[in-house]
Structures are given as C-alpha cells and as structure tokens.
Ligand binder design. Structure first.
Ligand SMILES: Cc1ncc(C[n+]2csc(CCOP(=O)(O)OP(=O)(O)O)c2C)c(N)n1
Ligand SMILES: [Mg+2]
Length: 606
C-alpha cells in the first residue's frame, strides 16, 4: 500500500467520489492510486488545470459537497490558481492536490521544482506538504475538515517519491499512533443566543418599509426567507450569488440588484427604513441604503462580516436557515403591506419590460431575446451557470424557477467559469439539465474543455452569445471613463465548427424570429451542444437607473470618436422610443409621471 493509496482511500472515506484533474510526471504516483480505485472514485480528466479547479468549485457550489482537483507540479499548480481563488472568495469547499519534485531535491533548482505550499500560502486556508507516508492520513483528514468547516481551499503538496512510497517503508514517529485520526465530521451550524434574537426582533417593531437582501449564504434557506418576507411584508432583493435562494416568480422578490439588477430592487433599497441582510457581502455598496437611512440587522455565519458593507445595529452570527427558524419565533408581524405591494406592482411592470425586450425582432438579434426565451424553455430543475461579461446582465434578469439553481464566479468575477462550472454541475447531477450561458470572450478562453464534454458524454448545453467583442469592457470604457472603446475586438470564431471538431453538436441562431424554436430544438438534442447566438454588440447592458455621470461619459466617448457611435445612438434612441410607456424602463419617465397623475401610487400608499 502506497501513501497515494492512503490518500485516495481517505478521500473515499470522506465521501469524495469524483476528482477533476490533469496528470503529469509530478503526480503520476497519485494518478496510479486513482486508477486502482477507479470503481470508487471517478476521475474527470480535463484539458486545463484551471478547468479542474473551477469544475471542483462548481461541483461544490451545486452539490454542497467537497470539490476535489489535482495537478502536476509547478505549471499545473499555477494553472489551478484562478479556480482556487474563485473557491476561496466565493466560499466553496475545495481540496487541491498537487505534485512536487522529489523530497530530497526540493530547493535545488531541479526540474519543476516549485514550493507550491509557498505559492498557495494566500489562497489556501489549510496548506501542507506531505512529509512522508505516515503523514498522509493525518493531513488528508485535516484538509477535508478544514475545507468543509470553513468553506475554504485546502491544499496538499505531494513530493513525487512519497506518492509511491510503500507505507511499510517508513517508520512512524513515536507519537504518531496509527489510526489516531478519523473522518467523523458534520459541518457545524451555529445559532445566536436567544437574547440577541429577541433584541433584533424588537428593533424591527414599527418599521413599515423593511427590505431583505439575500446572498449565497441564504442558499438552501428559501422557505425561511419566504416566511421572513411574509412576516415583515418585506421585499427580498437578491444579490446575484443569491439568485436561487427564492425563485423569481415568488411574490416576495424584486429580483437582482446592482448594475445587473431590477428597477424595483433599486427602489426598495433607496426607500427602505430597515434592512435585513441574510448571508450576503454584496460588494456594490452604492446600491445599498445610505448609511444611517435604515436600521440594519445582519445574519452571517462569519462574525467578521457583520457590519462589513452596511453599518448594521444588530449582528446575528449563525447559519442562515437555523438562525431564521429561531428568529421567526420572536419576529413581530408587519401588518402594513404597502411597501411590499408597491414592490410587487413594480415587479409586474418590470416583467412586462423584460418580456418586451425579449420579444424584439431587430437584427442583429438582441441578447435579451436569447436569455428571455431560454428562461421559458429550461426544465423545472435546470442548473444554469453564468459568466462574466454583459452576459451577466442578461442572465441576471432571467426568471429563475423554484427548483432551478444558478451560480457563477460571483466575487472573483472570473471569465470562463461558465463551462467548467457546468462540467462540475453535470458530473454532480447527471440527471438534470445543465446550461452554461457564456460570452464569446469567455468561451474562447477555455474552449479546449468542450472536448471534455464529449469525452465524458456530459450533455451540457453551452449557449454562447457571439457579439465579437469583450462587450462589458467596451461599455465600461465608455460609461465609466468616457473613452472610445479600444482593444476589445474578437475575431469571429465559428463556434459551431469548433463544437463539431470537439465532438459536440453545434447550432447557429441569428434570427430573433426563429430563436425560440431553435433554442427549444437544441435543448432537446442528445449530448452536449454549443448553441451559438449572434447578438448585437451595441446593445447597452442598461443598469436599472443610469446615473448622470454614466450618461455624460457615454456622450463624451461618442463625441471623442467611438467607432460605433452611429449604431449606439440609434440603438439607444430606438429603445427610448419603444419604452416610454414602460414605467420600469429608465426611459419610461412619461409612464411614471402618468402613474403619479392618475394617483395609482397614492392609492397604494394608503
Ligand atoms: C479572467 C478574466 N479576465 C478579464 C476579465 C475582465 N472582463 C470582465 S467581462 C470581460 C468581457 C467578457 O467578454 P465576453 O465573454 O465576450 O462577454 P460579453 O461582455 O461580450 O457579453 C472581461 C475582459 C475578467 N473578469 N476575468
Ligand atoms: Mg462578447
């Protein structure tokens, strides 16, 4: 029995049944143990180590289990880093295993001689180098415990010769008794003391305009969040990582927030007199109520995050679900439903607008046509993985249903997470529909791993919006800096051909009138499919409310020579005309004035 056998068997004892990675001479000893245990642990061989780490992160996010990835020494370990940072920052439990050079050549300028434990010092919460076969069981048990307890990255570096060392070859130190550690473990769930729950509940008494903000920490606590919303008559605003906390068709939610969010969410946060944050460290502080505007209560199981983004008066440190269950015992009912009713009306108007944008027949096709139709066509328990780009805006506004799940690289905001996350999701949930919604910039970064889908017959559907540009950056250059776009063009890749070359099917959609039918057909196809949707590069990812400086900067960029100024002006002009009658649109000023004059709002306030 080798040290690698011990490592792999320990992982199996921890319930690990899949590992993502790519071999090399620095890790082949460990790979041999994967071969001899292949009936109990599945090895998914990817084309790039970043994919391995990202897939492990996606797997962890969608299953709640430990994600595990491995790479060879040095270059492989460097490749994994981005995916591991994604896990660290979004709080996904991931164990990374890397190979290292021979233990007695470390530090001698030897081939692939890199101290990965030093390299991973920042990314890994638990980070150890194997010091001999008798060390293996001790550190793998600790690593799994650490990753799961802290939703963090754990890392073990394995010198080549120790990987294949026979367990009987090395004597144990006298205190390292065989069998002294175990995998007995459950993730701890803490709940605040009753007195604190009561105090925070009392503080909400009399508040009539309460908003709830949920993030990834509230995932799995949907029923409790809904009860909370009902009790407090409080609209639920969802940070993007909390998109699947409650479904978008719930009468309690105003959907997303921030630049990719909805107008009703902005209204709720601008006007609330109390804010309850559940499991979110949503970073766009300017979208939160102004400090001092609202009484704040925050539930988070990380004490150091209480008061992080909003100066809350009450911090309830605990697991979201367990804490909400307890807190609901003490919370008074808010009988004034006005604030909630206004939000609900706002959402009706918002969905009218989304439907309108999703039905546009212009060419080039509007990206919202793809995301809106996709939302309607997905199966009830589909898993959707998002990406970084303007694609984030379109998918943020898709109506997610009750059993569906969504995630993306939310806080690291890395491009090219969509495909690897989908690999992790489909491996974790073989029976569910998995769809990756990605951009042409992102997909071309990680294109090799399309072949992984074919290799393992993972029936993932990749919806790629091809606008031949790094769209988000084009808009950011204009809107935030007033600069004409520069350095964002993408040579138009034929993704259908790429798909076919990688063993997938490919579908090409460029006609908005046919988009729905073609999407439907593509989603129903067997096996993995790349669905290339050619979309308008000049469709602005409109925030719920554009600021004066954003408008001014855009005008400046156009004047200063933006190449697409003609098309952009036309697009915005056309949209402004189309949407004057939609109160949820930023252009709907006349509609909003009309509403005020007819007293519709007033009635709701009474
Ligand atoms: C790894 C990485 N590199 C760069 C960025 C900066 N960035 C954010 S979105 C984006 C453009 C994405 O382009 P694409 O995938 O084509 O989507 P689009 O914006 O066109 O919808 C870039 C370059 C990033 N977030 N991550
Ligand atoms: Mg693009």
């Amino acid at each position: 029995m080798t040290a690698s056998d011990v490592l792999v068997e320990s992982l199996i004892d921890w319930g690990v049944d899949v590992i993502f990675g790519l071999p090399g001479d620095g890790i082949n000893g460990f790979v041999e143990a994967l071969r001899t245990h292949k009936d109990r642990i599945r090895y998914i061989h990817v084309r790039h180590e970043e994919t391995a780490a990202m897939a492990a992160t996606g797997y962890a996010k969608f299953t709640g289990k430990l994600g595990v990835c491995f790479s060879t020494a040095a270059p492989g370990a460097v490749h994994m880093l981005n995916g591991l940072y994604d896990a660290k920052i979004d709080g996904a439990p991931v164990l990374a295993i890397t190979g290292m050079t021979y233990h007695d050549l470390i530090g001698t300028h030897y081939l692939q001689d890199m101290n990965q434990d030093y390299l991973y010092q920042d990314v890994a919460f638990y980070n150890q180098r194997l010091m001999g076969p008798a060390h293996a069981k001790n550190i793998v048990d600790y690593a799994c415990r650490a990753a799961l307890s802290h939703r963090a990255v754990a890392h073990i570096a394995l010198p080549i010769d120790y990987q294949t060392a026979d367990m009987s070859d090395q004597k144990r130190s006298k205190r390292n008794l065989k069998g002294h550690t175990s995998e007995a473990f459950t993730v701890p769930k803490r709940v605040p003391e009753r007195e604190q729950l009561e105090k925070a509940a009392r503080a909400l008494q009399g508040k009539k305009k309460i908003a709830i903000l949920v993030g990834s920490g509230a995932r799995g606590a949907g029923a409790e969040v809904t009860q909370l919303a009902d009790r407090l008559a409080a609209p639920v605003v969802k940070a993007m990582l909390g998109k699947d906390v409650i479904p978008d068709d719930s009468p309690y939610t105003t959907g997303g927030t921030g630049v990719v969010g909805t107008r009703p969410s902005s209204d709720v946060l601008e006007n609330c007199d109390a804010l309850v944050i559940v499991g979110s460290s949503f970073p766009y502080i300017e979208f939160l109520p102004k400090p001092g505007q609202a009484l704040g209560v925050q539930i988070d199981d990380r004490p150091e995050r209480i008061g992080l983004r909003y100066p809350v008066e009450y911090g309830l440190v605990g697991d979201a679900k367990a804490t909400l269950r307890e807190w609901l015992l003490y919370l008074p009912r808010n009988d004034d439903r006005t604030f909630l009713r206004q939000a609900q009306q706002g959402m009706e108007e918002w969905w009218d607008l989304m439907k309108e944008r999703g039905a546009r027949t212009d060419k080039p096709m509007k990206p919202q046509v793809v995301s809106w139709n996709l939302g309607e066509l997905l199966t009830d328990d589909a898993i959707i993985t998002g990406d970084s780009g303007t694609v984030t805006t379109w998918i943020a506004r898709m109506k997610l249903r009750a059993q569906q799940q969504f995630s993306f690289s939310g806080t690291l905001c890395s491009m090219a997470a969509g495909l690897p996350y989908a690999i992790g999701a489909q491996v974790g949930h073989p029976g569910r529909q998995v769809v990756s919604f990605t951009g042409d910039g992102s997909l071309s970064m990680m294109m090799g791993d399309l072949a992984t889908l074919a290799q393992y017959k993972l029936p993932v559907k990749i919806v790629v919006l091809r606008n031949n540009t790094l769209g988000l950056i084009k808009w950011e250059q204009m809107i935030y800096l007033g600069n004409p776009e520069f350095g964002v063009d993408l040579y138009p890749i034929d993704f259908v051909k790429v798909a076919e070359a990688c063993g997938l099917s490919g579908v090409h959609i460029d006609n908005p009138r046919k988009c729905r039918d073609q999407l439907k057909e593509a989603l129903a196809m067997d096996g993995p499919v790349v669905i290339q949707c050619d979309t308008d590069p000049n469709e602005p990812p409109m925030p719920p409310k554009a600021t004066k400086s954003e408008i001014k900067n855009l005008a400046e960029a156009l004047i200063r020579g933006e190449r697409d100024r003609g098309r952009i002006s036309l697009t915005i002009g056309r949209q402004a005309m189309d949407e004057v009658l939609f109160p949820a649109s930023d252009y709907g000023v006349p509609a909003r004035i009309g509403k005020k004059l007819t007293g519709k709002d007033k009635k709701d306030e009474e």
